[in-house]
Design a protein around this ligand. Sequence first.
Ligand code: AGP
Length: 624
Amino acid sequence: MCGITGYIGDNKTTDILIDGLKRLEYRGYDSCGIAAVDGKNRLYLKRVSGRVDALDKLVAAEPVKGAHAGVGHTRWATHGAPSEDNAHPHTDCSSEVVVVHNGIIENYLDLKEKLLAGGHKFKSETDTEVIAHIVEEKLKSLHVQASAARADMLEPVFFEAFRRAVADLKGSFAISVVWAKCPGMILAARMHSPLVVGLGKGENFIASDVSAFLKHTKRVVFLNDGEMAAVKKDGIDFYTFQGKKVAKEPVTIQWDSTMAEKGGYKHFMLKEIHEQAEAVENTLRGRLLPIGGDILRSEIGLSAEAMKSFSSLQFIACGTAYHAALVGRVLFENFGIAAHADVASEFTDRAKLMAPNTLVIAISQSGETADTLFAVREAKASGAKVLAITNTVGATLTREADYVLHTHCGPEIGVASTKAFLGQLAAIYLLAGHFAAARGRLTGTDARNYAEELLKIPRLIEETLEKEKEIAKVADSFASSEHFLFISRHINYPIALEGALKIKEIAYVHAEGYAAGEMKHGPIAIIYKGMPLLAVAPSGRTLDLMAGNIEEAKARGADVVAIVDEASKKTVKASRYLVLPTTGELFTPMLTVIPLQIFAYYVALAKKCDIDKPRNLAKSVTVR
Ligand code: AGP
């Protein structure tokens, strides 16, 4: 996610803004910038496509005088590649309104079209820039005689212009705006993206998370969705988007800055496990309905016609991304669309043997994995079109693919992939729905039900996450185990593989994911008394077979933990159960993986492993 800072007061504004950005660097970013209003009501703007240190040097070389209000931003690109022009803050045509934003403005293309038609000139490819121009428009519509009025008389006008601008926005946003003609006030608004204000003495702060200003104050107010803040140096007022004043009580943060970076979680991995609902929501946002229409055409250039034209799909990926690919294979085949999935490093001769007009889908969180890039080049050389699913704007993979579908998970800091996996699944379910509908395989009420079920998943993920303590307790009972088995079938077989990978990666124990039907063909021989066996067995077409596999394992002494829903729990005879919310069989992977992630985390915690930076592993494997 992007990082936002804001400051208003009599200390050195640019120093405080840059120091705040340094404390947000952990969130991952590709560019950054600050803006401040100087003593002559002029806007001072410095941005770099690079690190905060470079920005610091640039500001030191060309300092601003008399600035008392400003905003800063670290950008994780979602719309528009990393560059200085796309770096925040963004300004309006007059270069008097400046904005920083975290989130996704879903309707930015419509808004931009209207603004361009109204003569506005854009300098970036970002969705954020539209906000500055809309505020400019609203100021004009309020017939602001800015030259005449005193700055404090302009504050109500600035507030109303901003309030009306926010009303035009759809999507997720945490915004801070400054207007050069009104240097005594910074305005902020929050919808589906965190924003917090810090209360100082004769100065106040704004940020996307408290770590940006914790060294200055621990008294904070968290904005809720649908709330705005008018931040002045001697006080802050809060309002609803409708302009109604709201009273909000400050709280005192108990975290130190290290804990603050992890949002109060012990590790980034656990924080990111808890960000999965948001990752799915943001990846689906504005891309699902109408299902099967051309909604993806404008964003990624893939039309419903093109979706009909491909003969089959070929997934290629590595590690966790490969497990997402395996889910994709089952999902697309469920809709009668032929699909294969290969580990990228094994995609050797297959490139030349693919059926004509195969669409290759390459999945990679980093977009830099050497094995995946090599396989993509082989596929391209054989004439295939390539669609990339990646979390990293501007990554090498995005420049080599014909179509790019970004997951909007924000940067994933933990080496073990969690929210990026859920984002990949969300992208795959999105594509499968559109492909199936475009090819007449998903129509009418089925199509509506598919979309509705998918849109429910973020809430069901939150419900699943509420079981963390229960899962942790089960994990603790296996803290000394050195061997684990994970089994499932059909669309959850990849989840068994993913569960095994997670616990291998971070707890350094031997674990195998297996197709449950394969156990009788040999692996059942390894089961010893008390061996931990996690069986993913939600309701569905393979439940009875899974029940049999669990019986067989238990009869040989395995200690079986079954991942079930209320209904399937009645069929399965396990030693212990982790009961998840119920969803359609096809959607279960987006829930069943979560207890396995948490299970792996707590086994690793008990073993005192370095969970965010496991030994021998890199976040992105850029060698073959
Ligand atoms: C997953 O937890 C691992 N970190 C690893 O398997 C990873 O999924 C794999 O290296 C692929 O990375 P990518 O998605 O960036 O291509």
